[in-house]
Design a protein around this ligand. Structure first.
Ligand SMILES: NC(=O)c1ccc[n+]([C@@H]2O[C@H](COP(=O)([O-])OP(=O)(O)OC[C@H]3O[C@@H](n4cnc5c(N)ncnc54)[C@H](OP(=O)(O)O)[C@@H]3O)[C@@H](O)[C@H]2O)c1
Length: 361
């Protein structure tokens, strides 16, 4: 959303916003709200055959995604094991996976012998990846982003697989123009984005070779109060740091919507691999989002640099037409995030670096 369009869109959200909590003031409240399944996801979990494994579960999204799948299966009255697979570099994540009702399994997905011991479930969501630390550790990023898909596809030869990718496989495009659609040729900038295209190519290769259905999800910015672009902007405003305008616009969606829509794409997996963009319908202005946050935070906002000409913009209308739009209005996410940051709420300490336009992470 830009200029007047932004404000108009926020205003038309007002009635929608009435149906969402005015604030989310504890982690338990965030998680409870974020992991509420859509009714269609409950229906999907009723008809989906067999168990589900979430690979790379221990990151910023996986535990809430798994908790949503567990809640939907329970609401559907279906007995299903949801495995949460990761190395669990952080023990607290192991405990959180178990508390969310999943069965945690410790596994390094680079280790073929360890992968071979995983239960061969019919449904797999692949979330493992590496972004930050790529500069100077390029080989680690390439290994995690391209070798783990090969290990996984060698083992789960008959499963349907939804694999997370990123909107960064597209080129940066003019910030005042339309976003990239699935038919825009990939042109990744920098080694992280290149390795993500490598990840996609490996899944597509195996999908053709094994005939297994795959859906590649090109996600742009999941939004949680504890991390994400809006969290980053709110933190800068609250701490009196300038807001960079180098990348002047972005796309995003509430993480609860990202999780629900991801689960729905289990039935969008095809052979050869399908591709779907996953984000919200608006182009969000960094300046206007920061100004709204500043108003709510009661702080002045400073900007730095001139607005750059390009950004990562992702047009998810194909997914919206097929599976529906995100439900939580962005205006609500902005207000929740401002309240969270002002109250000193937890930050994962994992900045998105949304302002990077060189592909260097
Ligand atoms: N969040 C976003 O806004 C966003 C935007 C675009 C794309 N994506 C993509 O969506 C996916 C999920 O996002 P996220 O934010 O949850 O990612 P994340 O925080 O980076 O989590 C990925 C997890 O994968 C696990 N992992 C890495 N290497 C592994 C290995 N060799 N074996 C087993 N597990 C491994 C790690 O947990 P352990 O250390 O415990 O193994 C890590 O926490 C990622 O692939 C990401 O690139 C996310």
């Amino acid at each position: 959303m830009r200029g007047g369009a932004y404000n108009a869109a926020i205003m038309t959200e007002t009635t929608l916003m009435d149906s969402y909590p005015a604030t989310l003031s504890t982690e338990a409240a965030i998680d409870a709200f974020m992991t509420r399944p859509y009714p269609e996801v409950v229906e999907l979990m009723r008809r989906l055959p067999g168990d589900l494994a979430i690979l790379g579960v221990a990151g910023k999204m996986g535990i809430t995604l798994g908790a949503t799948a567990v809640a939907a299966s329970r609401a559907a009255g279906v007995e299903r094991t949801v495995y949460g697979v990761s190395r669990f570099s952080n023990q607290a994540a192991y405990d959180a996976v178990a508390q969310a009702g999943m069965t945690p399994l410790r596994c390094d997905l680079l280790d073929a012998a360890a992968v071979a011991k995983l239960p061969r479930v019919p449904n797999v969501i692949f979330m493992a990846g590496r972004k930050f630390g790529t500069t100077g550790g390029e080989e680690q990023t390439w290994a995690i982003n391209t070798l783990t898909p090969a290990r996984v596809c060698d083992h789960f030869t008959e499963s349907r697989i939804v694999a997370f990718s990123t909107g960064c496989v597209y080129p940066l495009v003019p910030s005042d123009g339309p976003g990239c659609s699935e038919s825009t040729p990939a042109a990744p900038v920098g080694e992280y984005a290149q390795s993500c295209l490598g990840r996609e190519r490996i899944f597509t290769y195996y999908s053709k070779r094994n005939g297994a259905p795959v859906c590649l999800l090109r996600l742009n910015y999941s939004l949680d109060l504890r991390y994400g672009v809006i969290h980053d902007l709110a933190t800068r405003v609250w701490q009196g740091q300038p807001v960079p305008l180098q990348v002047p616009v972005f796309n995003g969606l509430w993480q609860g919507d990202a999780n629900n829509l991801t689960l729905l794409t289990l039935e969008a997996a095809e052979t050869p691999a399908a591709i779907l963009n996953l984000t919200g319908p608006e182009t969000l202005s960094v300046r206007e989002t920061a100004e709204r946050l500043a108003e709510r935070l009661g702080k002045p906002v400073r900007f730095e640099g001139a607005p750059g000409p390009t950004a990562y913009l992702n047009d998810a209308s194909r997914l919206h037409t097929r599976l529906g739009r995100p439900r939580v209005p962005i205006g609500r996410v902005i207000d929740w995030t401002a309240d969270w940051v002002r109250a000193g709420g937890l930050s994962y300490g994992k900045p998105t670096h949304f302002e990077v336009s060189t592909g260097t992470f």
